[in-house]
Design a protein around this ligand. Structure first.
Ligand SMILES: Nc1ncnc2c1ncn2[C@@H]1O[C@H](COP(=O)(O)OP(=O)(O)OP(=O)(O)O)[C@@H](O)[C@H]1O
Length: 298
């Protein structure tokens, strides 16, 4: 079996005037991986996808898609793409758009099958101009799969979807991945990356700040979150990295929950309802981006 990466990005830098959108980014994605790219607004996520799909050229560095140059049309045969914004021809019907896109590929997914997969079967005869925002988004992701791609790039795939729509789309992405497809997706929804991705790449200010498995990212930060109720200032104890308080409800973050609880008991402060759990991806992500900001500032 080939071990050639599905996507290979080596030392890529891309500037827009004075803005360094990507700063020496390297990333290999193996066939069949599901990778989530996470980063604040303007971090460089969309620029990275646009370079991987050949829409933009890096100023320096190299990009390979299944071993080829993504700027060459033949290389993109096995690629499906959902950009952040898609313009659908408003007077074409949903079924016609799917048919039109599919015809660009040698072995397209049959229209009815693709529409069924994305819960759009009832809308096949609706003009795309008459779809809701969420329906348009589902169609945009469905179109990425029309040509049975081996690799898909999804830029904020579930933006604007309600909870039901989001979960339905996650299921479709999972099915694609379970069948062996490679997925690179960006998201602002941390729960989305947590729900889908096996590997998380955190990007901030054009640089890769972390690249690890989901579990690795969470343990790298290693914070524990302690919640409890108390009328006292329970955050003024050693080892507390961060704390929030709303009335008597406290949320305390610490790398060592056992030491914190011992110190709390020794302090004699009253408390009730103590709970300890690991940090969420959101907390881990906040820590990483904050650490980066501190490094840059120092
Ligand atoms: N065509 C362009 N012209 C000028 N600057 C650009 C252009 N495209 C991107 N940039 C800048 O490059 C940086 C990275 O933008 P990019 O869209 O890649 O970020 P992003 O992580 O996708 O952000 P968001 O989450 O807001 O979509 C930003 O500072 C952005 O303003």
């Amino acid at each position: 079996m080939s071990t050639r990466p599905a996507v290979s990005v080596v030392g890529v830098t891309r500037r827009f005037g004075d803005v360094v959108a990507l700063d020496d980014v390297s990333l290999d994605i193996a066939p069949g991986e599901l990778v989530g790219i996470l980063g604040p607004n303007g971090a460089g996520k969309s620029t990275l996808l646009s370079i991987v799909c050949g829409q933009r050229k890096p100023d320096s560095g190299t990009v390979r898609l299944e071993g080829g140059d993504p700027r060459v049309a033949a290389t993109r045969r096995g690629l499906g793409l959902t950009p952040q914004e898609t313009g659908l021809p408003p007077t074409l019907k949903v079924g016609e758009v799917v048919d039109f896109v599919g015809r660009h590929y040698p072995d397209p997914v049959p229209v009815a099958e693709l529409l069924g997969e994305f819960g759009l079967a009832d809308l096949a005869d609706r003009q795309t101009g008459g779809l809701s925002g969420g329906q348009k988004r589902r169609l945009a992701v469905a179109l990425a799969l029309a040509g049975r791609p081996r690799v898909i790039l999804l830029d904020e795939p579930t933006t604007g979807l309600d909870v039901g729509g989001r979960h339905a789309l996650w299921d479709a992405i999972r099915r694609y991945h379970a069948a062996g497809g490679t997925v690179l997706l960006t998201s602002h929804y941390l729960e989305e990356v947590q729900a889908l991705a096996e590997r998380v790449v955190v990007v901030d200010r054009g640089r890769v700040v972390a690249d690890d498995t989901m579990a690795g990212i969470l343990s790298q930060v290693g914070l524990r979150r302690v919640t409890l109720t108390s009328p006292h200032d329970v955050a003024a104890l050693p080892g507390v990295t961060r704390a929030e308080r709303a009335g008597d409800a406290h949320e305390v973050f610490t790398p060592d929950a056992d030491a914190y609880v011992r110190a709390l008991v020794r302090s004699g402060l009253e408390f009730t309802g103590i709970e300890v759990r690991g940090a969420t991806l959101e907390e881990a992500f906040g820590q990483m981006v904050d650490a980066q900001t501190t490094e840059v500032a120092s």
